[in-house]
Design a protein around this ligand. Structure first.
Ligand code: SAH
Length: 490
């Protein structure tokens, strides 16, 4: 099993400086025993112009079997021979990734005491892995490495060059090139993505694998377009761990997105209302509409799901009708601001007993959210990737199941009326989609049907004759709620 890392340089920045970064001297070969074999580091070439470090991993197939780790590798699992005779000594896999992290641990962390200025500098890099099992084929290899700044060559390896008719094997020869990455970044990409491509973890996946993944993924995994596939495969498709990791990645991503322009657009005047007076900001109108819908529902215990910085929670607290108001958000930063806005730490006991802020992700069912009268999703659904929306739908309408659900979202048709919004742009950088009235109605009707709710629609903001209102609102009520109301009225 083999991997090379090469760089180029000149007299002032010799390529051999890579030796400092790797903590391995180009003139002296290095070997380290591992539980399943031996790792060697050697330099096939090392001068000022070019320097190549090779990691050679000798896998001891017998030791692997003895340690009970030889199973689960392709083929018939219970054939005794397959445990010994397989691709493991040759194909780059999680074993190679583990070896990388052992022999280059300081380099991976970007630590270099001898030359502290080196780790932060991008290098011209070329990585070659002659035999990489690539489940998902060359196309997936590209989707994994290209977003990280690599130029990728993934040539399929023929099953047998003597018999071209047999076609390609499932291995590729991988070459990665970049001059924008540091060596530490490159090593972390390999450490995570080699086992992802192999897609067969050979060792027990314990919960500290989540920490390892997030540490190695720092700075590139949150927001990677294949984040979900990477996470799930890295964690050997163990769903509970994958879920943990995805939740933590979501927190990182949200902590990094700046919500300031949400407020800006919201506070913008909903285009020409024809009013002489100073028009009301859209965010205020939206809260008024939500408060009215909640009042009509008769709810006293309400959830504000995706409460953000707590403006609606604050508004609801002013109405004594609400005995319990719970704000939920995935972003710790938003909750901290909300808590400050509400003055939670200065609040009297009675007032404090009415309000709670919880951190949680709405794309997972959550027992804490069961049994409430009403839930609000104000400008939240558009922050989820469309494929995650059914998960939120189930968590809210299927599992938490409040009697009333109020959902608001931008009406994309209205965007042409925002003067400051360039054509074709969403209102906020973090909006994953914005819907027309028809799209929203179609979604809401399906949700209502699937979960036994009735749904009605309310425009929020000036209802433009052509493009409709800036915000669209749906109010869902369960059949039971309606019956009860009718009974009351009768
Ligand atoms: N409801 C507020 C905030 C809307 S901004 C308002 O109307 O002003 C969207 C909010 O949804 C953000 O605070 C974001 O952190 C939160 N959010 C996005 N995805 C989420 C998820 N999966 N689970 C919980 N909250 C989420």
């Amino acid at each position: 099993m083999f991997l090379t890392i090469s760089t180029t340089g000149d007299k002032t920045n010799p390529a051999t400086d890579m030796g400092f970064l790797l903590h391995k001297h180009p003139d002296s070969p290095f070997s380290a025993p591992l539980s399943y074999g031996t790792a060697h580091v050697l330099y096939p070439e090392a001068d000022a112009e070019r320097c190549t470090a090779a990691l050679l991993l000798e896998v001891d197939a017998v030791a692997l079997v003895r340690r009970g780790k030889g199973k689960g590798r392709g083929g018939a699992p219970d054939t005794a021979l397959a445990q010994y005779v397989n691709d493991r000594p040759y194909a780059a896999s999680s074993l190679l990734a583990v070896a990388l992290s052992r022999v280059f641990s300081s380099a991976m962390r970007g630590v270099c005491k001898a030359r502290p200025e080196l780790p932060g500098q991008p290098l011209p890099l070329r990585v070659e892995v002659p035999a990489l099992p690539a489940r998902g084929g060359p196309a997936l290899v590209g989707r994994l490495f290209e977003p990280l700044g690599w130029t990728v060559t993934a040539d399929p390896v023929a099953l047998d060059t003597e018999f071209p008719d047999w076609g390609d094997s499932r291995y590729v020869r991988l070459v990665l090139e970049s001059d924008t990455l540091t060596l530490a970044q490159a090593l972390r990409h390999l450490y995570v993505l080699l086992p992802v491509l192999d897609d067969a973890k050979h060792y027990w996946v314990s919960s500290d694998e989540v920490d390892k993944l997030l540490r190695a993924g720092e700075g590139w995994l949150p927001g990677h377009p294949e984040q979900q596939l990477i996470t799930s495969r890295y964690l050997a498709r163990r769903w509970s761990l994958t879920r943990q990791a995805l939740e933590r990645l979501e927190l990182v991503r949200l902590a990094e997105t700046d919500d300031s322009d949400v407020e800006e657009m919201d506070n913008a005047v909903a285009a020409d209302t024809g009013d002489e007076e100073k028009p009301t900001p859209l965010a205020v109108r939206r809260r008024e509409a939500i408060v009215a819908a909640l009042a009509a529902s008769g709810a006293t215990r309400v959830l504000d799901l995706g409460c953000g910085q707590g403006q609606l929670v604050q508004e609801l607290l002013r109405h004594p009708a609400y005995s319990e108001i719970v704000g939920v958000d995935v972003s710790m930063r938003a909750l901290t601001i909300a808590s400050r806005r509400l003055g939670l730490d200065r609040m009297g006991e009675r007032q404090a007993s009415r309000v709670k802020l919880l951190q949680g992700s709405l794309s997972y069912t959550d027992k804490r959210l069961k049994g409430y009268d009403a839930a609000v999703l104000s400008e939240v659904i558009e922050h989820l990737d469309l494929p995650r929306l059914p998960a939120l739908e189930y968590a809210v309408f299927g599992a938490a199941r409040p009697r009333t659900v109020v959902v608001t979202t931008p009406n994309v048709e209205y965007n042409v009326r925002w003067e400051s919004l360039p054509a074709g742009h969403a209102r906020h950088g973090d909006h994953r989609f914005e819907w027309t009235r028809e799209e929203f109605r179609a979604w809401a009707a399906k949700v209502a049907e699937r979960h036994g709710y009735d749904v009605g629609f309310v425009p929020v903001g000036p209802d433009d004759p052509e493009v409709g209102p800036p915000t669209q609102m749906a109010v869902f009520v369960t059949g039971e709620t309606k019956d009860r109301k009718e009974a009351k009225a009768a």
